[in-house]
Design a protein around this ligand. Structure first.
Ligand code: GLC
Ligand code: MG
Length: 729
């Protein structure tokens, strides 16, 4: 089984993960890294690729620009580009996701392996996974991690307007993508019952959508029990030991009496983490202050004044509360710590001091920190709202409270800090039961057993007529014929029948497509009229649109690619003024990416073309102009043409250009005939193409026969199909 996991945003790397560097580099990054590594070690798993975005930006480490990073044997981090090179926060990635879909499809094709399952993490990667899974007819697994609807609800309560939420966070778009993912997912994986029942409550879920609660595992290598340091001859990685010394020294800078039990809090500086409640509880309880020290690690900071407003507010509130309650000597607020080694050591230092971990967030969807603390033997106090419910039920390693109730919070802390029996029981349970319920082995075993049900059984997403997804089909081809329609494919009915037979007989390795100036609707009409059914690709509107198979699935990657620098209004404004051009009026001739005119009869073509270019230069817009049959003037985005569409297809589906035969008769076919493709010019071609005959750089064959007969002749010439038996009349 080859598994593709996708997690687009944030900064992901195998070593020294930069947790908490910003809002996009949090728990999800750890989750996907550990899932990928653990899955790759399971029997039956051939390989795992964790796909993310490639970033080349001076503001971040250079390793994020490497295409491939080995995470473990048979497990790679694959970084593919989308939306330029700069690091972008996740809300700004939406417009570029179709490019990512393309990049991943072509990467997959180059690697020559079709995924058994594609699993998207968070809405953005959910979208990508949904598209890639559809292309390869693989099951699509979705994990939301966090969801837009509850977030929007929260923001509205906080006084945001819907408009602000959309402008800053694109929240309604995110919600609609989440909804789309749920509509077609084959499996939804959630971490807690709370997530399944509460977070997804407001979404439409198809009745047969399978939803599994599979909590993530914990990195038990890092979160070993605190008492291992007390063993006679502990074998502990030097880096942990160094971290321990460093963290103890760091706390020593703040605490008068460092031997007291430690109350440890560790979270992002986010208002929802409700750090204030903990400081107030500590500040107002003389008893707590007498028996324990407090340490709050709220993210990593250099200069508070340079931080985003919301984080600045949380941190200054912290400092003010510390001052108000005069907690100097009792409370630590260190600026810096690393997630890799410092965090587990902090838990272990706290546990060794008989301290506790406190997470006073209003709601905790999962509660990873409570689980990690438990794994080291450090009991916790956390909110009763959300994931910690499951943790307490499974592991009995801490206490959950209503964190809005100051008294309850204080009492829970006091119970653990003063009752040795309760502390010891929670500590031992944590060490033992986290290993049972929250290990990645347990996670993977359940994950794979769900997948086994999905893989092998055909994807549940309805594929009309039982046809394979375009990706599966295209992945099985080693060559492709793309032909123009009017005066090339059509025009000689007898030869067309012969060509249809040839296409049918070679179908197992040669794909068939058309490229036309016509719009999709008109292409379909003409194909139906001539009984042509076996079609893999339709390049319509002179290359402005690409569709796949009889279901005409639109290639959204191509559309997204064309959108760059396309300003149709400027083009219309400039050209509508030219008296010798008449905007085409027939239905379907004007498209999102195609503006078409007819040149007035009898007007000098060269002069007209010069005037058009001149007008368009003045309009300051990129474009490509395609002139054909001495009368049609098509203006397309600068990246569009039949030839560019053919090259895009060859790259995306990994069919060498030399194995793509193109056939045409007129000017709008020119750029797909030239270059490395096996170009076939039919005998009845337009004079526009005559100049290609003299070209030595291109692979172009001028057929004697007309129309479909010329195509057959060309296919034989280039060896795409065998020569006929020589015994003729
Ligand atoms: C088809 C289209 C037309 C286009 C011409 C040349 O006839 O309908 O809009 O200008 O091809 O590409
Ligand atoms: Mg033609």
């Amino acid at each position: 089984m080859y598994i593709q996991l996708i997690s687009i945003h944030g900064l992901i790397r195998g070593e020294n993960v930069e947790m908490g560097r910003d809002a996009d580099t949090g728990g999800q990054v750890r989750y996907v890294l550990e899932l990928a590594r653990s899955l790759s070690q399971c029997p039956g798993v051939e390989a795992v690729d964790l796909c993310t975005r490639r970033i080349k930006d001076k503001r971040v480490a250079s390793c994020y620009a490497e295409e491939i990073e080995e995470l473990a044997p048979r497990c790679r981090l694959v970084r593919l580009p989308c939306g330029g090179a700069r690091y972008l926060r996740k809300e700004r990635l939406w417009p570029f996701l179709d490019d990512y879909v393309d990049a991943l499809i072509s990467f997959t094709r180059r690697e020559g392996r079709v995924p058994a399952v594609v699993h998207g993490h968070y809405a953005d990667a959910g979208y990508v996974a949904k598209e890639v899974a559809a292309a390869f007819d693989a099951p699509f697994v979705f994990t939301g991690h966090s969801l837009g609807k509850p977030k929007l609800e929260y923001l509205l309560q906080e006084g945001w307007t819907r408009q602000e939420a959309n402008e800053v966070l694109n929240i309604e778009h995110r919600i609609s993508v989440e909804q789309d993912c749920l509509a077609v997912a084959d499996l939804l994986i959630v971490s807690t019952r709370h997530e399944r029942d509460q977070q997804y409550r407001e979404y439409q879920r198809p009745e047969d959508l399978r939803c599994e609660v599979i909590p993530p595992g914990t990195d038990l290598v890092r979160f070993f029990p605190y008492y291992e340091y007390d063993l006679p001859s502990p074998t502990i990685d030097e880096r942990f030991k160094q971290a321990r010394v460093r963290m103890a020294a760091e706390l020593g800078r703040f605490h008068f009496n460092p031997t007291k039990p430690l109350i440890l809090a560790l979270c992002r500086p986010d208002r929802r983490k409700n750090i204030g409640a903990l400081i107030e509880a500590f500040g107002e309880s003389k008893e707590l202050q007498a028996i324990a020290n407090l340490a709050v690690f709220a993210g990593i900071r250099d200069n508070i004044e340079a931080m985003p407003d919301n984080e600045q507010k949380v941190l200054t509130d912290m400092l003010l509360a510390m001052d108000r309650y005069d907690l100097y000597g009792k409370m630590a607020i260190p600026k810096d710590h690393s997630s890799e080694f410092d965090v587990p050591e902090l838990y272990r230092l706290a546990a060794a001091s008989r301290g506790i971990f406190v997470n006073s967030a209003f709601i905790e969807l999962f509660g990873l920190t409570a689980i990690e603390a438990s794994a080291t033997g450090l009991p916790f106090v956390a909110t009763a709202d959300g994931g910690p419910q499951d943790i307490v039920e499974n592991c009995h390693s801490g206490l959950i409270v209503d964190v809005r109730d100051r008294q309850a919070l204080t009492e829970a802390m006091l119970t653990l800090l003063t009752d040795q029996n309760v502390w010891r029981e929670c500590s031992t349970n944590g060490v033992n039961l986290v290993r049972e319920f929250y290990s990645w082995e347990t996670h993977c075993a359940r994950y794979l057993s769900c997948l086994e049900d999905l893989v092998g059984t055909p994807a549940t997403a309805p594929v009309a007529g039982g046809r394979p997804a375009p990706g599966r089909r295209l992945a099985s081809l080693n060559s492709l014929l793309i032909t123009d329609i009017d005066n090339t494919l059509l025009g000689d009915d007898e030869a067309l029948e012969q060509l249809k037979t040839i296409i049918h007989d070679h179908r197992h390795h040669m794909g068939f497509g058309v490229a036309s100036g016509r719009a999709l609707e008109l292409v379909l009409e003409v194909l139906a009229d001539h009984g042509i059914q076996e079609i893999d690709v339709i390049i319509a509107a002179v290359g402005a649109e690409i569709y796949y198979n009889q279901d005409h699935v639109l290639d959204k990657g191509w559309a997204s690619h064309l959108r760059s620098k396309w300003h149709p209004e400027r083009i219309r404004e400039a050209l509508d003024l030219l008296p010798f051009l008449h905007l085409q009026q027939e239905p379907h001739t004007q498209r999102e990416f195609k503006i078409s005119y007819d040149l007035e009869d009898g007007h000098d073509a060269d002069a007209a073309l010069a005037a058009i270019h001149n007008a368009l230069t003045g309009a300051k817009t990129a474009y490509s102009l395609i002139f054909s049959h001495g009368t049609f003037v098509d203006i397309l985005p600068h990246r569009a043409s039949k030839g560019k569409a053919v090259r895009y297809l060859a790259g995306k589906w990994n069919i060498p250009l030399e194995r793509v035969a193109t056939a045409g008769d007129s000017g709008n076919d020119r750029d797909m005939l030239i270059g490395q493709t096996a170009g076939i010019v039919v005998g009845n071609h337009d004079p526009e193409l005559a100049s290609l005959r003299r070209s030595t750089t291109h692979r172009v064959y001028f057929a004697q026969a007309h129309c479909a007969g010329g195509i057959i002749e060309g296919l034989r010439h280039f060896g795409f199909v065998e020569q006929p038996e020589t015994a003729c009349r």
